[in-house]
Design a protein around this ligand. Structure first.
Ligand code: PMP
Length: 289
């Protein structure tokens, strides 16, 4: 396996960063998770755009242009001869001292690109639907650490994931400080109500998911009314359908939330329709390599 580290393709064993890198010391950096389907990188520009927005927000100057970052991604995929892949882009603040101050990070930020095989939820969950549970860890508020920044500090999500795993669930529903539905630990959440599609606005405490965007667009072109609208668990419990979206998860139907059966208790019609449309999109929409 070849890994891109600061302009060089290294073997896995040689792909290393310093213990003084602030990405390690403080989670000071940003990242992206991208997928390639049959040698097509899905929504590459959107992911790179979000990476640069996250970096801009934390005042991190990425030492490559967006175009160079795309080329480096394709170069890494080709070097690994991967047809289908999960791609991780990482930019850390770089090597500094033991203090917090990013100005003390001399040298350039580190750029790392890892390409690997895709890991998914078990196949039967896509057919039968998954159960999720709300956890007590709330999503960070945008005034503390904006969930729109895809930063290397994922402890908020990890703490929620620990609660979910402890309770025997694969994924957890996270609320914001005001008790509104925000998102899951690594996926955005959608519900169908009155045959219309709802997802919380990102200001409720969600990442502006690339899959979320693709699903909203696919729904609109299928003449489904879509809303980025605030909702509570009560509305979710009484929804006709529920599903999650994410790069790794794609679209996964949710049939139970906190023990409440959603709709018929089976993956819903609109969910199945959007899953089909999404798969069609991944077959044709992407940057070829
Ligand atoms: N929310 C969080 C917290 C995430 O980490 C992710 C990415 N795994 C998502 C939502 C989904 O975003 P995307 O569709 O861009 O992968």
């Amino acid at each position: 396996m070849k890994i891109y580290v600061n302009g060089k393709l290294c073997d896995k064993a040689d792909a290393k960063v310093s213990v003084f890198d602030h990405g390690l010391l403080y989670g000071d950096g940003v990242f992206e998770g991208i997928r390639a389907y049959n040698r097509l990188v899905f929504k590459l520009d959107e992911h790179i755009g979000r990476l640069y927005e996250s970096a801009h927000s934390i005042m991190l100057q990425i030492p490559l242009s967006k175009d160079e970052m795309s080329k480096a991604t394709i170069q890494t995929l080709k070097a690994n001869k991967l047809t289908d892949a999960y791609i991780r882009l990482i930019v850390t603040r770089g090597v500094g001292d033991l203090g917090l101050d990013p100005r003390k990070c001399f040298g350039k930020p580190s750029v790392i690109i890892i390409t690997d095989k895709v890991k998914l939820y078990p196949e039967d969950l896509y057919k039968k639907g998954m159960e999720i549970i709300t956890v007590s860890t709330t999503r960070t508020s945008h005034s503390a650490l904006n969930p729109q920044i895809k930063s290397l500090n994922y402890l908020n999500n990890i703490l929620a994931k620990i609660e979910a795993v402890h309770l025997g669930y694969e994924e957890a529903l996270m609320l914001n400080d005001s008790g509104y539905v925000a998102e899951c630990t690594g996926d955005n959440v959608f519900m169908v109500s009155n045959n219309e599609l709802f997802t919380p606005p990102v200001c409720m405490g969600a990442l502006k998911g690339v899959t979320r965007g693709a699903v909203l667009q696919a729904a609109r072109s299928a003449k489904i009314l879509t809303h980025e609208h605030v909702f509570t668990r009560h509305e979710l419990y009484n929804a006709q359908e529920c599903f999650l979206t994410g790069t790794a998860a794609e679209i996964i139907p949710i049939v139970k939330v906190d023990g409440r059966i959603i709709g018929s208790g089976k993956p819903g019609k609109m969910t199945s329709e959007l899953m089909k449309k999404f798969h069609e999109l991944t077959k044709k929409d992407g940057v070829k390599y």
